[in-house]
Design a protein around this ligand. Structure first.
Ligand SMILES: [Zn+2]
Length: 188
C-alpha cells in the first residue's frame, strides 16, 4: 500500500478517501500464521517445538496491532473534536510517544513527536493530536512520510496559519548491534 503524500491530495479528507478506495486482497489470519511458520522454517527453526508452537499466531496478532492504523480513519478518530475558537496563539504538544515500524525491515521505530500549529479559527482536542500521531505511526512507515502525514492531517482539518511537526526517532534497523551497519547497508 502506498501512503505517500501526493501533490493532488491536499487535505486529510482526500487522503482518507483515496486510501479507502484501494482494493486489497483478503488474507485470512490462518494464512498469515502459515506464512510466519514458513519464515521460521526458513530461519532454520522447528516451528513445532514447544516454545514456537503458538509463535505464528502471536506474530500475526502483534503485527496486526502494530499496523492497526490501516483500519482507522481521521473521521472516526476525531469524533467531532474540532472546535471553533477565536485563538491565534501557537499550540504546542511535545514528547508524544511514537511507536512505529519501518517499512523496509518491519522493525521498530521508537521516538517522540512534537507538534505545533497556529490556529486560524479552529482548534482540536489535545488528546486527538496524540491519537492522530498514533494512527499514522501504527502503519509501516518511513519517518519522513509519518511526519508529513501528521502535518497534512492537521493542515486539512484546521486550515491553521501554520503547522510544524518534528519527529525524533530511533530506528532499530539502524542501531541494532555491532554488525548492524554492514547488515543495513547490505539491504540496499
Ligand atoms: Zn528499516
Amino acid at each position: 500500500m502506498t501512503l505517500s503524500i501526493r501533490p493532488d491530495i491536499n487535505s486529510a479528507a482526500q487522503l482518507v478517501s483515496s486510501l479507502s478506495t484501494q482494493q486489497l486482497p483478503t488474507v485470512t489470519e490462518a494464512e498469515m500464521a502459515e506464512a510466519v511458520r514458513t519464515l521460521l522454517i526458513g530461519l532454520g527453526e522447528n516451528p513445532d517445538r514447544e516454545g514456537l508452537k503458538d509463535t505464528p499466531k502471536r506474530v500475526v496478532k502483534a503485527l496486526q496491532f502494530l499496523t492497526k492504523g490501516y483500519h482507522e480513519s481521521l473521521d472516526e478518530l476525531l469524533n467531532g473534536a474540532v472546535f471553533t475558537e477565536d485563538a491565534d496563539e501557537m499550540v504546542l504538544i511535545r514528547d508524544i510517544d511514537i511507536f512505529s515500524s519501518c517499512e523496509h525491515h518491519i522493525l521498530p521505530i521508537i521516538g517522540r513527536a512534537h507538534v505545533a500549529y497556529i490556529p486560524n479559527g479552529k482548534v482540536i482536542g489535545l488528546s486527538k493530536i496524540a491519537r492522530i500521531c498514533e494512527m499514522y505511526a501504527r502503519r509501516l512507515q518511513v519517518q519522513e512520510r509519518l511526519t508529513l502525514q501528521i502535518a497534512d492531517a492537521l493542515q486539512g482539518l484546521l486550515k491553521p496559519q501554520g503547522v510544524a511537526v518534528v519527529i525524533e526517532a530511533t530506528h532499530m534497523c539502524m542501531v541494532m548491534p555491532w554488525r548492524a551497519k554492514t547488515w543495513f547497508l547490505d539491504c540496499y
